[in-house]
Design a protein around this ligand. Structure first.
Ligand code: NOJ
Ligand code: CA
Length: 397
């Protein structure tokens, strides 16, 4: 049997707001992605993971979802999503969306629907706790307190409620039926919380198993990729279950290793992986400092070394947009910071040309000396190295 697409492909993580802007309003959008499929096909990637595309007040840039079955108007429409899926598929590129099951926006209609009070985690009294973004994890609304692991505008969902499970099953099917090839699952290691906001790993595994059954109903089966932010590799492996949970669990010990340690972390990962489980590797994402700055001190020789490692391991490599250019973290001036956790420096727009190729982008461009146009025409560029490394993989898998 041929191996599934995600075992053959290099996946490209695409941050839609900062990828490509089709209408010049300064915000990247889905039509912009379609416009750049030539580039992505030329690069040789076989899958795109798109950060959240849904309507959102953007308290956490799309991770505060107000409607799981629609597209944010700044990014496009549902019809644009369909067109993107079809156009990408025609080029042999699969689309993976971001699923955010742990919390919704407080502006999601569920949250203000009195009949759905049991869909969230409420307490009659104030409780102690600190959220990931700082500040309390319980916030008062109309005389009661709700739990939020992240921003106060991201109330946690009550996974002990079967109606919530059903609602998310429908969301999975909604997108799978539209041709989406899988999901990257936000906070997939601990999105299930009890009535006090405590993590319930046992039930988290249970939900992952139920989604795997849904993913396996499809032909071809859909893929589940977890944002498993755990620091212990043995613990990471539990999310593969008995081959009945995640297909791939993101490896943060690898991502946070030094350049010198990458090989050793990869070897430890391989030694611990359960029989038949498939590793996934990334050096950067939209939450952390870009790897050329974090691991390589901006030294291009080191950037090339890191990319050679990433793209030669067994497993699925994930390039975060800009990795292929060797793009560094951008020093975003304080008055341009938009993110609650100040992660803007890794989310700045892709420089398409020396002058950027953007009209007044929502975040500053930073240094454009590394840009697609110049690197594409330079056979010795980082971009062309990445393209060659991807092409070399395809002759081996
Ligand atoms: C992980 C996402 O990658 C990050 O951007 C977000 O802030 C948190 N989960 C909360 O959804
Ligand atoms: Ca736009």
């Amino acid at each position: 049997m041929a191996s599934p697409w995600w075992q053959r492909a290099v996946v490209y993580q695409l941050y839609p707001r900062s990828f490509s802007d089709s209408n010049g309003d300064g915000v990247g959008d889905l039509r912009g992605v379609v416009d750049r499929l030539d580039y992505l096909e030329w690069l040789g990637v076989g899958g795109l993971w798109l950060n959240p595309i849904h309507p959102s007040p953007n308290a956490d840039w799309g991770y505060d979802v107000a409607d799981y079955c629609d597209v944010h108007p700044e990014l496009g429409t549902l019809a644009d999503a369909d067109r993107l899926i079809a156009a990408a598929n025609r080029r042999g590129i699969e689309i993976v969306l971001d699923l955010v099951p742990g919390h919704t926006s407080d502006e999601h209609p569920w949250f203000s629907d009195a009949s759905k009070r049991g869909w969230y985690i409420w307490s009659d009294e104030a409780r102690e706790g600190t959220s990931v973004f700082g500040g309390p994890s319980w916030t008062e609304r109309d005389g009661a307190w709700y739990f939020h692991a992240f921003h106060a505008k991201q109330p946690n969902v009550n996974w002990l409620n079967d109606e919530v499970r059903d609602a998310f099953d429908r969301i999975l099917r909604f997108w799978f039926d539209r041709g989406v090839a899988g999901f990257r699952i936000d906070v997939s290691h601990d999105f299930v919380r009890d009535g006090e906001g405590h993590v319930r790993r046992d039930l988290t595994h249970d939900v992952l198993r139920s989604w795997r059954r849904i993913a396996d109903e499809y032909d071809p089966p859909r893929v589940l990729i977890g944002e498993t932010w755990v620091h212990d590799l043995a613990e990471l492996m539990t999310f593969y279950g008995q081959g009945d949970e995640l297909h791939m669990a993101f490896n943060f010990p690898f991502l946070f290793a030094s350049l010198e340690e990458l090989g050793a972390v990869a070897a430890r990962t391989e030694a611990l992986l359960p029989e038949g489980a498939w590793p996934i590797w990334a050096l950067s994402n939209h939450d952390v400092v870009r790897f050329p700055t974090r691991m390589c001190d901006g030294d291009e020789a080191k950037v090339r070394r890191a990319l050679r490692i990433l793209l030669s391991l067994r497993g699925t490599p994930v390039l975060y947009q800009g990795d292929e250019l060797g793009l560094e973290q951008v020093a975003v001036p304080p008055d341009r910071i938009r993110d609650v956790a100040e992660r803007d420096g890794c989310r700045t727009p892709i420089p398409w040309t020396r002058s950027g190729g953007w009209r007044e982008p929502w975040l500053p461009l930073g240094d454009t000396s590394r840009n697609v146009e110049d690197e594409r025409s330079d056979p010795a560029s980082v971009l062309n190295l990445v393209r060659e490394l991807i092409a070399a993989r395809s002759t081996h898998v």
